[in-house]
Design a protein. Sequence first.
Length: 390
Amino acid sequence: MTGATDSETRVAATAPLWRAAQAFRLVTMVYAVGQQIASVSSYRHPALSWVLIAALVVWSVSSALWLSRWSLSDTERRAVVIGDLVVVVGLMAATRLVADYSWYHGHQTLPTTLWVANAVMSAAIEWGALGGVLSGLLISVVSIVVREQWELDLWSDATAPVLVSVGLAIGLAAGTARRAQGQLEQAMRLRAATAERERLAREVHDGVLQVLSYIKRRGDEIGGDTADLARRAGEQEVALRVLISEQGRRESAGGLGTHEDLRSLLSAFAAPSVFVSAPGEPVSLGGWTAREIAAAVGAALSNTALHAGAETKAYVLLEDMGDAVVVSVRDDGPGIPAGRLRAAAAEGRMGVVQSIIGRIEALGGTAELLDTTDGTEWEFRIPLDREERR
């Protein structure tokens, strides 16, 4: 179901409703035939009434078979539903051909109210509550016109309330079923994407990342021209870790309301030289918020990898304060010279300002550089509202 089209999703979601509707159609067909047997003696053209009832039976059986087919396309299904409405209206209007005014004014039309409800149910399943209500109103108006009951006494004739209520109830049920099916398929996609991301992260961590880390360490130890190779290996190691953390994220980015566990995003940065500490419980945030925090952390770790020594260790600490999350990124490198960030910004080098400070401030938080002499430590504090924690 993870690769299902919108049409397949609609069919799968409403399949139980379609099956139940066809069973109801066949039951009401039997009732309509029984009502014909009871009323035929009151018609002025009984032979014609039997022809019309035969047409009702043929249409009931054929439409039930069509609407029960899984291979029916959306266009074909809608054609059957529209045909249902046309047949119902035609049979109701034909009541005047077989009965006198004195009979049809005070009785049901030739196809009973119970049977004509099938067209309303089909429209409601196909087009939702609005389609169901409109079709119910249409058939109610036809009933009023055919029977000339302009007074429309709802206490003695419940045709209109019944049909409109059926259309509304079935339409709401169909809409709920489609939303539930969509949420189920989204959850299945997210689960598959998460499993694939974790598998890929394990394989890459045990292979490529270990090799890149080794090249960086040995290159720094050898020095000379090899130091440039070590620097580039460090850049690719950080880039690959960020790529792993983003793997499968597009699946979860279906909307701003999607939530992610910040622990998982930060844990993707873990390496022999990067240590990540997080709470034991999930830290669930809005998808965009979580991704922006992770990107800021990735930028801070990238600076550590590019500008600190080969033996530098980095530490990431995630704290859940309830109304805020605090992320600390610290390393034991040489630190940042005083005024260096301001000078870089003045020179037009906006890397730290945009990739770290800008991201956190865009979330309504603060990014503070706590220590620049004995290593570098960033503290990101992001306040959270109720929607973010829901």
